[in-house]
Design a protein around this ligand. Structure first.
Ligand SMILES: [Zn+2]
Length: 491
């Protein structure tokens, strides 16, 4: 621990390890941007993020410099920008999450996870202490707690490391191996469960088909339950709740063969092999009920039926589930809040704004008003590293052209070799007389957009409307032109 709680050393250590990983990534030439990005998130980001919840609160302003350098080197490995490009622009071009965003993601998950610990866990009890405002000796997690104070975490479900001991038998799921219904002394019972989420509500419906011992009539029963608000529950938890609820009603049965039908594969798999996961309380209840039912000679198994199978009983259950989530339905009872749903809400709330800061990237903002956006993947992902680098140079304006080289004191003048004007990206692409022969293909792309920098570099110009999509054909022509001139090649 840092006794002064400045965490400088911690940040420096994380940054230097991350830088090492990022440099290694940069050394791998010949990767496409898509592959490089994937490698960045799997090899560089985890190295930096390790234990970041401890020091992330101290990683701002000046202290975040070394971390930002890792991001820029990573962006250079992905799309080949210059290291002088502002970090936010580099991240937007390479389409990687900002370091702060990643730290927050982790911190929010940790904060939610702490609230799902069993009551006996010492960390669970310390959450109230962390949340309290104090001027000194604030917990590193205070800012996370403060940002998420509007999200109800008190009644979150408890998630244990395990549900069942390793030696306890799991629910069977292979229906074919079961004997025919005639050989069962009691009778057979088919239970179809289905969930529905709409109108801000989550509910489930159940349809039961009971085939009592011989000489009695077949019975059909349906019912529905509104489980809770969509901000607390999800369709998956509703399926699990439906199974627990139904089995609770069947406890008195004897010698029946009970088959649970569901069209939710995740729920069926969870029942068969429960893990340390959300919805565990329902699974626990179900298993307790199964043990009781089995003591009375019942046999229970679960079957996943794909929606395409058009099962009649499941159709009935679905109908019931939909009535449970009608507009004016009121949740019955109180189910524990699901961690997965809460985490999703918490993450969306804690996410920082994505816009580029005002002061950075004047050129890139002129080229592309849609930054940061998903379209950058579309632009870069199909390109080779060399092509990507050319495109990134032209888009960011930090390219091997005299206007930029002069700014960093590499060239003696910002004038173009043709002697007509400053060698800017626009001059190079559209006007310079030295490259007239190479430019013919570029000009054939469009009659109307000649001289439009955004159009030729895959960007959105301010005049474009909502339906705008980058013109990849023109973008590729620009790249081919730039490579043909050889002007951007390193000497
Ligand atoms: Zn020129």
């Amino acid at each position: 621990m840092d006794t002064r709680l400045k965490y400088k050393e911690h940040i420096a250590r994380a940054a230097s390890k991350g830088l090492e990983a990022a440099m290694e990534l940069r050394r791998l030439r010949g990767l496409t941007p898509a592959t490089a990005r994937q490698l960045f998130t799997s090899t560089v980001a985890p190295v930096v993020d390790y234990a970041s919840t401890v020091w992330m609160h101290a990683c701002k302003d000046k202290a975040s410099g070394p971390i930002n350098r890792v991001q820029r080197v990573g962006a250079q490995a992905i799309v080949g920008i210059f290291l002088t490009v502002a970090t936010n622009v580099a991240e937007a071009e390479a389409h990687i999450a900002t370091a702060q965003r990643r730290f927050w993601r982790r911190a929010v998950k940790m904060w939610t996870d702490i609230h799902t610990l069993p009551e006996t866990h010492p960390l669970r009890r310390s959450t109230a202490w962390i949340k309290k405002f104090r001027r000194y000796h604030r917990s590193p997690l205070y800012q996370v707690a403060d940002a998420l104070k509007n999200i109800e975490m008190k009644f979150l479900e408890t998630i244990n490391p395990f549900v069942l001991a390793p030696w306890e038998t799991r629910m069977q799921s292979d229906i074919e191996a079961m004997p025919d219904s005639h050989t069962v002394p009691g009778g057979s019972l088919q239970v179809a469960v289905s969930s529905s989420a709409r109108n801000g509500l989550v509910g489930f419906g159940v349809a039961i088909k009971k085939q009592p011992p011989r000489y009695r009539k077949l019975k059909l029963k349906t019912f529905s339950v509104t489980l809770g608000a969509r901000s607390e529950q999800n369709p998956f938890s509703a399926e699990l709740a439906a199974m627990a609820h139904t089995l609770n009603m069947l406890v008195g049965l004897k010698d029946y063969r009970i088959t649970l039908l569901t069209s939710n594969k995740a729920a069926a798999l969870t029942m068969r092999n429960p893990r340390q996961q959300s919805g565990q309380e329902f699974v626990c209840q179900t298993y307790k009920l199964i043990t009781r039912l089995q003591r009375n000679g019942n046999r229970i198994n679960i079957q996943w039926v794909p929606t395409s199978a058009d099962n009649k009983l499941l159709g009935l259950a679905k109908e019931q589930a939909r009535t449970a989530t009608q507009k004016d339905a009121v949740p019955q009872g109180s189910a524990p809040r699901m961690k997965s749903t809460t985490l999703k809400i918490a993450r969306s709330q804690a996410a920082a704004s994505k816009d580029l800061p005002e002061k950075v990237g004047r050129h890139v903002k002129r080229v592309d008003a849609a930054l940061p956006g998903k379209h950058t993947r579309q632009l870069y992902d199909r390109l080779s590293w060399k092509e990507a680098s050319v495109l990134a140079q032209l888009r960011t304006g930090m390219a091997r052209l005299n206007s930029y080289l002069y700014r960093i004191n590499v060239a003696e003048s910002d004038q173009c070799a043709c002697g007509q004007a400053r060698e800017t990206v626009e001059h190079f692409l559209f006007r310079c007389r030295k490259w007239t022969t190479q430019r013919t293909a570029l000009l054939q792309c469009s009659q109307t957009h000649r001289g439009n920098l955004s159009f030729f570099l895959g960007g959105k110009s301010p005049s474009d409307n909502e339906q705008w999509a980058p013109n990849l054909e023109a973008m590729r022509a620009s790249i081919r032109f730039a490579i043909a001139t050889g002007r951007l090649d390193a000497t």
